[in-house]
Design a binder for this molecule. Structure first.
Ligand SMILES: *[C@@H]1O[C@H](CO)[C@@H](O)[C@H](O)[C@H]1NC(C)=O
Ligand SMILES: *[C@@H]1O[C@H](CO)[C@@H](O)[C@H](O)[C@H]1NC(C)=O
Ligand SMILES: *[C@@H]1O[C@H](CO)[C@@H](O)[C@H](O)[C@H]1NC(C)=O
Length: 326
């Protein structure tokens, strides 16, 4: 048996089990019943609902419709084919079905009081589709989708930013007196073209400390002999990266700060790596430092006080000058 046929059968079975289903507000609904003409001819057909006090929904006699005992719920709402008894099609047409019409409808066919045939039809009239699910589906769902996607984008962007920062930022800590420290800057980027690598120091003072340009190192005054870069830094090392790292010899406490490695390609910034360098004092210095800390602090305070006083005087002098010039 193929699947389509199976589905069709299942659908048919479930439809039969469910009876007739309509939504309130529909024009009409048909409760089907057909019998052999030999049964229907000259018979009396009664459609009824046994759950109602006044059971009769529709009565058809050989002489015509009989609304005498009809339940008032069904006034002007029921009809049968005019030739129902002649054709055997005893279906009941119910107009403007309402939720209250739901129930079991029984149709009986009698001739001179004798029951010839009968059937039951289950009718379920569902409340009209409420509006709010459509609002939910039509308005809320897209909004929700939008919110979710925006959230997702933000969190992805956030993660990307964090990843980039982690990739860009490195913190190195060494003790003073160490032979050398490496300020790492590696990249897998394509370094063909006109490449310039610039190492800058931004804290405590902004300054360029090393430039690699036109395939040669160009050390900067004040750092000669203390800074070294790899030979041919633009060629790939064994791990597939270009190593633009800087080696700082004999780092001092005042070398601590933020170092930025910037790679320019054809004059435009291509990559940037940040290395934060912390140089710890040696233990001898630390002890000496803490011994002298009070004295130093006192001196500092005194100095600051003096400076303030001087500044104050300077400001006064300036004010005087300004007033004089006015
Ligand atoms: C009622 O009619 C149906 C369809 O014509 C028929 O299959 C069934 O046997 C009848 N039932 C009785 C009790 O005569
Ligand atoms: C039923 O139809 C008749 C004739 O059209 C009308 O006079 C009567 O008011 C209707 N009754 C109801 C309950 O609609
Ligand atoms: C049921 O009655 C309504 C109103 O008279 C009519 O429009 C509709 O076509 C009828 N349905 C059937 C299946 O006869």
């Amino acid at each position: 048996m193929n699947l389509g046929l199976l589905l069709l059968i299942l659908l048919k079975v479930s439809q039969d089990a469910l009876g007739v289903q309509v939504y309130e507000g529909e024009e009409s609904v048909l409760l089907r019943f057909e019998v052999d003409v030999s049964v229907s001819v000259r018979s009396t057909v009664v459609w009824s609902r046994e759950d109602l006090k006044q059971e009769k929904v529709h009565v058809r006699q050989a002489s015509g419709d009989d609304y005498g005992d009809q339940n008032k719920l069904y006034t002007n709402r029921t009809s049968m084919r005019a030739d129902a008894l002649q054709t055997g099609d005893l279906s009941l047409n119910l107009t403007k079905p309402a939720v209250g019409d739901s129930g079991t409808y029984t149709c009986t066919v009698r001739r001179r009081g004798q029951l010839l045939n009968t059937t039951e039809v289950e009718l379920l009239v569902k409340a009209p589709f409420p509006v709010w699910p459509w609002i939910v589906a039509g308005v809320m769902a897209p909004l929700l989708l939008l919110a979710v996607s925006v959230g997702l984008i933000i969190s992805l962007a956030n993660k990307a930013m964090k990843d980039r920062l982690r990739d860009q930022l490195r913190v190195v800590e060494v003790a003073e007196g160490t032979e050398s420290v490496e300020l790492t800057c590696t990249t897998k980027a394509d370094l063909t073209g006109q490449i310039q690598v610039e190492w800058r120091r931004s804290v405590p003072k902004y300054m360029v400390i090393h430039i690699y340009k036109d395939n040669s190192n160009q050390p900067v005054q004040g750092y000669e002999g203390r800074i070294e870069m790899k030979n041919e830094p633009l060629t790939e090392s064994s791990i597939g990266q270009k190593d633009l790292s800087l080696t700082l010899k004999k780092p001092r406490v005042d070398d601590g700060g933020v170092y930025i490695c910037t790679v320019y390609k054809n004059g435009e910034i291509m990559r940037q790596k940040i290395v934060v360098l912390c140089v710890r004092e040696t233990w001898i210095k630390t002890i000496r430092g803490s011994c002298c800390a009070k004295k130093a602090a006192a001196e500092q305070r005194a100095k600051a006080g003096r400076r303030k006083k001087e500044e104050g005087e300077a400001t006064e002098a300036q004010t005087l000058t300004t007033e004089q010039s006015v």
